[in-house]
Design a protein around this ligand. Structure first.
Ligand code: ACO
Length: 192
């Protein structure tokens, strides 16, 4: 959107349009309420950036292209992307996917998700699984990844999870250690 800005020139009032590309949260359909992301996590972010829940129109803001730095992305087209958004939204208190946007362009520069698992163990305890963390190649090394992990960890703890866990490559261990995580046990996988 744009906002008109008043300016005086030779006694005449000119209207100058100042570009404000970031779409306000209030104009979006979000995956979960924005207030779930703690304010101090929002405030720690560089002022040129904005953090919020995934929105139903984020296909257009480069969501899949940011994810492609992480793994193979097959573009399903916008319609099926929105269907996946709806399926996540239909399972309330379960999927917390967040995005970081460049305010100047309204494009996504970072993504991450915490999936909340409900257990029978630990007095019907909950575990947060951090998944699919990616920062656009041109924006890496600016603390965006760390802010995403802080936000997801706080969301997980805020939802009552007794632990938050994730899998990563050896290469990314130092990054997660800087975010306060410790190596524990091993990952096993069986691909179909
Ligand atoms: N090795 C050593 N240190 C690292 C590494 C690394 N590979 N990556 C980041 N760090 C350090 C940074 O130097 C920084 O240290 P500092 O606080 O001393 O300055 C600190 O960790 C925080 O780094 P950020 O700037 O927040 O990292 P960035 O925004 O680049 O995000 C990420 C890190 C997510 C790994 C990003 O580089 C990325 O998208 N990589 C490709 C995709 C990927 O591997 N994603 C993670 C998969 S694991 C999962 O999804 C659960």
């Amino acid at each position: 959107g744009t906002s008109p800005e008043g300016k005086e020139l030779n006694g005449k009032r000119l209207l100058i349009k100042r570009e404000m590309p970031l779409t306000p949260d209030s104009q979006l359909e979000l995956l979960f309420p924005a207030k779930v992301i703690p304010l101090d996590v929002k405030n720690a972010l560089d002022k040129s950036l904005h953090i919020r829940p995934l929105a139903s129109t984020d296909y257009k803001r480069g969501h899949l292209s940011v994810l492609s730095v992480l793994s193979i992305v097959v573009d399903p087209g916008e319609e099926e992307w929105v269907e996946q958004f709806r399926a996540q939204k239909a399972a309330p208190n379960t999927y917390y996917t967040i995005v970081v946007l460049d305010r100047a362009t309204d494009r996504i520069v970072g993504v991450g998700c915490v999936f909340i698992e409900r257990k029978f163990l630990r007095g019907l305890g909950k575990v947060g699984h951090i998944e699919d963390i990616a920062v656009d190649a041109s924006c890496q090394g600016k603390k965006i990844g760390q802010r995403i992990i802080d936000a997801l960890t706080r969301i997980s703890e805020g939802q009552g999870c007794y632990k938050t866990i994730l899998n990563c490559s050896d290469k990314n261990i130092p990054f997660y250690e800087k975010c306060g995580y410790q190596k524990k046990e091993n990952e096993m996988a069986k691909y179909a």
